[in-house]
Ligand binder design. Structure first.
Ligand SMILES: NC(=O)c1ccc[n+]([C@@H]2O[C@H](COP(=O)([O-])OP(=O)(O)OC[C@H]3O[C@@H](n4cnc5c(N)ncnc54)[C@H](O)[C@@H]3O)[C@@H](O)[C@H]2O)c1
Ligand SMILES: O=C(O)C(=O)C[C@@H](O)[C@H](O)[C@H](O)COP(=O)(O)O
Ligand SMILES: [Zn+2]
Length: 360
């Protein structure tokens, strides 16, 4: 069992990572003073069918009072409607300010449940119990949100969990497509902060269907470590936290233009990352074997070009609403070198000229 402490300006919390990490939950709750609290597990339909019973039984056997609210899978959970329904359920079930919310699932469940926790009676504590590879990123750092038709994660808050229990056994039921989505954020963490780790990934990961626990655990520890270090310096994205957005400017625009849930978050991020690397080579003289990277990504089953049905002008218009953008120019995370990111504002013409090369 590994433990990483996340320290922000105002909060400090543990991330337990490993097999059987979930077994630590009852003791944690008792020692943190939640022994008598009503616990609300928010999870999605798929995760409920696979893992809800395990978590509920663990808590009920130790005498906790636990209820659950099951939401639709994926981006369908990150809507106003489901957000509202979650609040209605919590109110009707008699949750109060001493209650605690547990997010059991991937990033979509974590983002929704965290935002419900951030807003229920002006804020109650919550715990992340990630069940996807992607959630090594989403469960740490306190960004919680739902989507708006005009943009990804547009309605949200910063609300740190009080703990994260990352039990690798939950990941054994993940389909290949979800491992692929999650691995995109692992690659991102290497690219923005750790050249050696990025090189290790390209040299050691040749198929996502054959990942073993040791590799998963190594990647999660690295990713959480990188994220925790960035969030420690800049909890609310006034500076370096924006580097965690590598590939997301175009990635989010692709997700919202295709319709949330039509392409996974990670697949959008990979296309956005290739775009950011092309821009970096043009604007910052980044020296990088992009054909080699694309070949590797292709072999892992990623889409590496912008879907043909998406209009480049419309994508640029959507990117203008990106949260990083504060002037008329869109702001991108680019790389001066692998491991050395930089925020750069670019003209529409520069963006357009490179974007049109992103169609196959
Ligand atoms: N808050 C953040 O910092 C942050 C960071 C990265 C991504 N995100 C958000 O996270 C979301 C994507 O995360 P995700 O892919 O983990 O989300 P997800 O919750 O949508 O999970 C993906 C799919 O996998 C299924 N699933 C989850 N765990 C499973 C398991 N153990 N076995 C089988 N199936 C399982 C879910 O039912 C769902 O269908 C996006 O909305 C993205 O915007 C947030
Ligand atoms: O934690 C962060 O900061 C990130 O940017 C992590 C991203 O992987 C994640 O997708 C995040 O939700 C994007 O945030 P947003 O502010 O661009 O919506
Ligand atoms: Zn992301």
């Amino acid at each position: 069992m590994e433990q990483i402490i996340v320290q922000t300006t105002s909060e400090q919390y543990p991330v337990y990572i490993g097999k059987d990490a979930i077994n630590r939950l009852p003791d944690f709750l008792n020692s943190a003073g939640y022994g008598k609290s009503k616990l609300l597990i928010i999870t999605d339909k798929k995760v409920a069918s696979l893992h809800l019973e395990t978590v509920k039984m663990l808590l009920q056997n130790e005498g906790f009072s636990v209820i659950d609210f099951v939401v639709p899978e994926g981006e369908f959970a990150k809507t106003f409607e489901v957000f509202y329904q979650s609040h209605t359920y919590a109110l009707e079930a008699g949750l109060n300010r001493k209650s605690l919310i547990l997010a059991l699932g991937g990033g979509a469940v974590g983002d929704l449940a965290g935002f419900v926790a951030a807003t229920f009676m002006r804020g109650v504590p919550f715990i992340q119990i990630p069940t996807t590879l992607l959630a090594h990123d989403s469960a740490v750092g306190g960004k919680v949100a739902i989507n708006h038709p005009l943009g990804k994660n547009m309605i949200g808050a910063f609300h740190q969990p009080i703990a994260v229990f990352y039990d690798l056994a939950f990941l054994h039921t993940l389909p290949l497509s979800e491992l692929r989505s999650g691995f995109a954020e692992v690659i991102k963490h290497g690219l923005i902060q750790d050249q050696t780790f990025f090189k290790w990934l390209t040299e050691n990961i040749s198929g996502l269907d054959e990942l073993i626990d040791e590799q998963l655990s190594y990647m999660i520890l690295k990713g959480v470590g990188i994220k925790a270090a960035i969030v420690k310096e800049d909890e609310k994205e006034s500076g370096i936290r924006a580097f965690l957005n590598l590939g997301h400017t175009l990635g989010h625009a692709i997700e919202s233009e295709m319709g949330y849930g039509k392409i996974s978050h990670g697949e959008g991020v990979i296309i956005g990352t290739i775009f950011a690397l092309k821009l970096s080579m043009k604007e910052l003289d980044l020296r990088f074997d992009l054909p080699g990277l694309i070949k590797w990504l292709d072999s892992l089953g990623y889409r590496t070009s912008v879907p043909a049905e998406l209009n480049s002008e419309k994508l640029i218009a959507v990117m203008k609403k990106d949260k990083k953008t504060v002037t008329s120019k869109i702001r991108f995370v680019l790389l001066e070198q692998i491991g050395i990111p930089k925020l750069v504002e670019l003209s529409d013409k520069t963006i357009h000229d490179v974007l049109v090369t992103m169609y196959s």
